[in-house]
Every structure is written in structure tokens, then in C-alpha cells.
Design a protein around this ligand. Structure first.
Ligand code: EPU
Length: 302
């Protein structure tokens, strides 16, 4: 338990928050790994400023736990507190072709809610697990769609200043699986500009993407999506596959037989197992092709 100041904890509760000590991060990540950490669950966004200020004054480090779908936390206990934001009600506010969305909302649900209003353009993102905020941070993409180009503006909480800012799209850099946000920026909401499209057409595209994904990715297993980025013009999955590495294991971690750039947690894998397997892949790829693979998954160390 990092937060020993019971007065501060009471204050947080009065703001609608909850302090949960020693939570296994493995239960909060899609990969199912990660050591114990203290969580601060915030329901009211107004509480963010005073909570962060309170942590800063007490010299307590903090991070943000979003959807937990693209992260790999180490097994050791964390010495920082993770903030977790509740999605809140009234997630989507429509205005013509634009929609304002809470960053904690689910990305897949958002695609479908917009579709019901005949707004498309992000069909490819439907099966990408995680929150809208996480998708922004990673500039998530699949099947020809990336979220970055759809962004009009983003409201963030700047960890470095403790203030909120509204950033227009031209103030944000989005590149392949990367955005210009600082690690301690917290996404609060985003306005996207979508394309008018009949619901039926969107549904067809969504079905097509879902089918492709089910065929080519281990959607039912615990994973963090693709583990490594693709080198320009190449598929890391194919490179690993061509080396015959599908099914290779380290402890409970296995290179998926369905897509070789996915490491799945099949038998109670630890983060250490995943790291071991990643290292083997990295070495073999370097030996075979002279390519240094870059992590796509975000590794959380203490
Ligand atoms: N391939 C193989 N063996 C494999 C995997 C792929 O031969 O084990 C071949 C496929 O048959 C295909 C080609 O490689 O001919 C490309 O495969 P795929 O369409 O699955 O795309 P990818 O480049 O491997 C990227 C993204 C995925 C995204 C898909 C679909 C990265 C690192 N990966 O994968 O994103 O879902 O395209 O658009 O950019 C993620 O971000 O976590 C992720 C999984």
C-alpha cells in the first residue's frame, strides 16, 4: 500500500474515487500478466486535478491504466499508483458529422454507436480492443484505417502542468502506431470527424473486417495484439512465420499459430516468460534478416 495518508484517501472517496491497494495488474491487462499495483479509480473527472496535485505533493509517482490491451507490465510490484478513469455516462455527443467521445469509452462500441447514426470511416478499427484514449495514444490502425486522420481535437490533462488543454488536430503528430502525446498526458475526450455512410454499408465493412480478423488473429486468446511493429513494407508476423517459429514457447507464453506476431498467454504466463520469448524472436529475426524489431506493445517497468 503506497498511500498511507488515510485523510487523503477519505478525501478521494468524498470526490467519488476509490483506492484499491495491491491489485494484480494481470487482471487488468488483456495479456493477463503484470505484478501488483495500487489503483485509484476516479468516477468524476473534476477529481483529476486535486488527486494528481495531492499525489505530487506527497511525492508519489503515478501512471494511467487505460483499457490495458496494448501493455506489458513487469511481474514485480509497482512503486507507483495507477489512475483508472471510469467511462462515465453520455459518452457520445453528435453534431453533424462530428462526434465527441469520452476517452475511456470502448473503441469497438464507439464504432457501432456512430454506425447507427450513419457515420463511418472507422470500420477497420471495430475489432481493435481497448479504449478510445488508448487508440489515440497508439494511433491504432487496422485494415487501412488509422484513428489519427479522423481526429479534429483532443482534450487532455497535461501531467506536466496539472492543467487541461484542448489540442486541435494540427497540434498533434500521428505516425504509424505513435502519437506526439507525452507519457503523462491523460486523454479525456476526443472529437472525431466521420464520413456519412448508410448503416447497412458500414455493417458490411465491419463484418468483413471481423471475419478477416477472426481468421488471421488469435482473437479468443489472451494477448496484447501485435508485439512488434512492422518494418516499413514488411509484416513482422510473416517474417517470424517464415522462420518456422509458430508454436514456440517460453513457460506459459506461446507464439500464436494463427499470427506469428502475437504472443499468447496460454498457461499462466508471467511477464518474464513473454520477455524471454520476445528476446528469442528479436535475436532470430536479427540473425536471419539483419532487422532490429521495435516493440509495438508498451512495456511498463517500475
Ligand atoms: N502472415 C503470415 N504469417 C503470419 C502472419 C501474417 O504469413 O503469422 C502474412 C499474411 O498472410 C499476409 C501478411 O503476412 O499476407 C500480412 O498479414 P496481416 O494482414 O495479418 O497484417 P500484419 O501486417 O501482420 C498489421 C497490423 C495489425 C492489424 C493488421 C490488419 C502491425 C504490427 N500489425 O498486421 O495490428 O490488425 O495489419 O490491418 O502493424 C496491432 O496493432 O496490434 C495489430 C495486430
Amino acid at each position: 500500500m503506497i498511500l498511507a495518508d488515510s485523510q487523503f484517501v477519505k478525501q478521494i472517496e468524498a470526490w467519488g474515487g476509490r483506492y484499491l491497494a495491491d491489485q494484480p495488474l494481470s487482471e487488468y491487462t488483456s495479456l493477463g500478466v503484470g505484478g501488483p499495483a495500487d489503483l485509484l479509480v476516479l468516477k468524476q473527472m473534476d477529481a483529476l486535478e486535486p488527486v494528481v496535485e495531492g499525489l505530487r505533493r506527497r511525492g508519489i509517482a503515478w501512471g494511467l491504466l487505460g483499457g490495458g490491451t496494448n501493455v506489458l507490465p513487469v511481474d514485480e510490484p509497482f512503486r507507483k499508483i495507477f489512475l483508472k478513469l471510469a467511462p462515465g455516462s453520455g459518452d457520445l455527443v453528435f453534431n453533424g458529422r462530428t462526434v465527441r467521445i469520452s476517452a475511456a469509452a470502448s473503441l469497438g462500441r464507439t464504432v457501432m454507436e456512430c454506425a447507427k447514426r450513419n457515420l463511418g470511416g472507422m470500420e477497420g478499427l471495430v475489432g481493435v480492443p481497448g479504449s478510445v484514449g488508448g487508440a489515440l495514444r497508439m494511433n491504432a490502425g487496422a485494415y487501412g484505417t488509422q484513428i489519427g486522420p479522423l481526429v479534429r481535437s483532443v482534450t487532455i490533462f497535461r501531467g506536466s502542468t496539472g492543467r487541461r488543454e484542448e489540442l486541435s488536430a494540427d497540434a498533434i503528430g500521428f505516425t504509424y502506431r505513435h502519437s506526439s502525446f507525452a507519457p503523462d498526458d491523460i486523454m479525456l475526450s476526443v472529437t472525431l470527424e466521420l464520413i456519412e455512410k448508410p448503416f447497412r454499408d458500414i455493417l458490411e465493412l465491419v463484418k468483413g473486417c471481423n471475419e478477416k480478423r477472426r481468421r488471421s488473429q488469435p482473437v479468443k486468446e489472451k494477448s496484447a495484439g501485435c508485439i512488434f511493429k512492422n518494418p516499413p513494407g514488411l509484416s513482422t508476423g510473416k517474417l517470424i512465420d517464415d522462420l518456422g517459429m509458430k508454436g514456440m514457447r517460453a513457460g506459459g507464453a506461446v507464439i500464436s499459430e494463427r499470427h506469428a506476431n502475437f504472443i499468447v498467454n496460454r498457461d499462466g504466463a508471467t511477464a518474464a516468460d513473454i520477455f524471454r520469448l520476445m528476446e528469442i524472436v528479436r535475436e532470430r529475426i536479427y540473425q536471419a534478416y539483419g532487422i532490429e524489431l521495435e516493440e509495438e506493445v508498451i512495456v511498463w517497468r517500475n
